[in-house]
Write a protein that binds this ligand. Structure first.
Ligand SMILES: CC(=O)N[C@H](C=O)[C@@H](O)[C@H](O)[C@H](O)CO
Ligand SMILES: CC(=O)C(=O)O
Length: 320
């Protein structure tokens, strides 16, 4: 049975996997990364080896080591370390799930297999269940990201009766813009203690309105503090402030999306904002261009999103 742990809530940073210029994982800065998230961004939960962490581009041995480093460095500092263990091979997923349990992670998450795809709910549940039983004591989260997996089985359908099949099921990370599906996940399961984690950072406020209990995202690495203002305003029912903060974040995300925004660019932005070198991504991703980084930096500065924005006169769009 799942341990009735403290519920995963609030912001969860989808961690980047720091790499050196020659493409090896730079484990040595993960400790610093933990401190940065906690102290500078007010973010105390992490989601490791997911999309942002290039989890599917790492070897199984690398994924184990990255997970271990986050758990070790996060001890007594982070509230929860959730490890993404999704893989195309059921065996690999099970191995990673079991490993997450052994090292003392707080939960596991998994995307749908995306090469041979499950075409209906029952097949997907069967796959998920086989992974969950490899770590029955760990809270289990389904990571719904249809745009990347191509598996479009609605989350609301998947959740219907899921605890009968997967007793450790604890929640959902919902990375899609279908608010009918998300809202119905919340509505139909409100009596259960699930975590409903919204995964589209630029639309977080609409997720909160639909009942999200928290959020997992890449931008919380460097906009955690700003995003916490949305959560706080929402909590005190100050919706006009919440919307103002959301619009402010949207201005930034909208700007970078138009330039071409993904994990490589997130690594460049995080390096810029935190000063911690995240390094290049791994192929097939390509390092962000100098032009991207310069333009993103200027935008961050004009929104007053840089910690060392000494050029206050440049902050024409600052939102707070
Ligand atoms: C596809 C993807 O990576 N989604 C991330 C997590 O779910 C988000 O955090 C986005 O990076 C973010 O919402 C910006 O679009
Ligand atoms: C964004 C997210 O949740 C991930 O990187 O997996």
């Amino acid at each position: 049975m799942a341990t009735p742990k403290k519920k995963l809530q609030g912001l969860v940073a989808a961690t980047l996997t720091p790499m050196t210029e020659n493409g090896e994982i730079n484990f040595s800065i993960i400790g610093q990364y933990v401190d940065y998230l906690v102290k500078e961004q007010g973010v105390k939960n992490v989601f490791v080896n997911g999309t942002t962490g290039e989890g599917l581009s790492l070897s199984i041995s690398e994924r184990r080591q990255v997970a271990e480093e986050w758990v070790t460095q996060g001890r007594n500092k982070l509230d929860q370390v959730v490890i993404h263990v999704g893989a195309l091979s059921l065996k690999e997923s099970q191995e990673l799930a079991q490993h997450a349990a052994e090292i003392g992670a707080d939960g596991i998450a998994i995307i749908a297999p995306f090469f041979f795809k499950p075409w209906n709910k029952d097949v997907l549940i069967n796959f998920l269940k086989e992974v969950a039983v490899a770590a029955p004591s760990l809270p289990f989260y389904y990571y719904h990201i249809p745009a990347l997996t191509g598996v479009k089985i609605r989350a609301e359908e998947l959740l219907d009766g899921i605890q009968d099949k997967i007793p450790s099921f604890q929640g959902l990370k919902f990375s899609d813009t279908d608010l009918l599906d998300f809202g119905q996940c919340v509505d139909q399961n409100h009596q259960r203690q699930f975590s409903f984690l919204f995964g589209v950072d630029e639309q977080l406020l609409s997720g909160l309105v639909m009942g999200a209990t928290g959020a997992v995202g890449s931008t919380y690495n460097y906009l955690g503090k700003k995003t916490n203002q949305i959560l706080e305003a929402f909590e005190r029912k100050d919706f006009s402030s919440a919307l103002k903060y959301q619009f402010c974040i949207q201005r930034f995300i909208n700007f970078v999306v138009k330039l071409g925004f993904g994990v490589a660019q997130t690594k460049a932005i995080m390096t810029l904002v935190s000063g911690i070198p995240m390094g290049p991504p791994r192929l097939p991703l390509q390092k962000a261009t100098r032009e991207f980084t310069d333009r993103a930096a200027a935008k961050l500065k004009s929104l007053d999103f840089l910690p060392f924005a000494e050029l206050r006169d440049g902050n024409l769009e600052a939102c707070s």
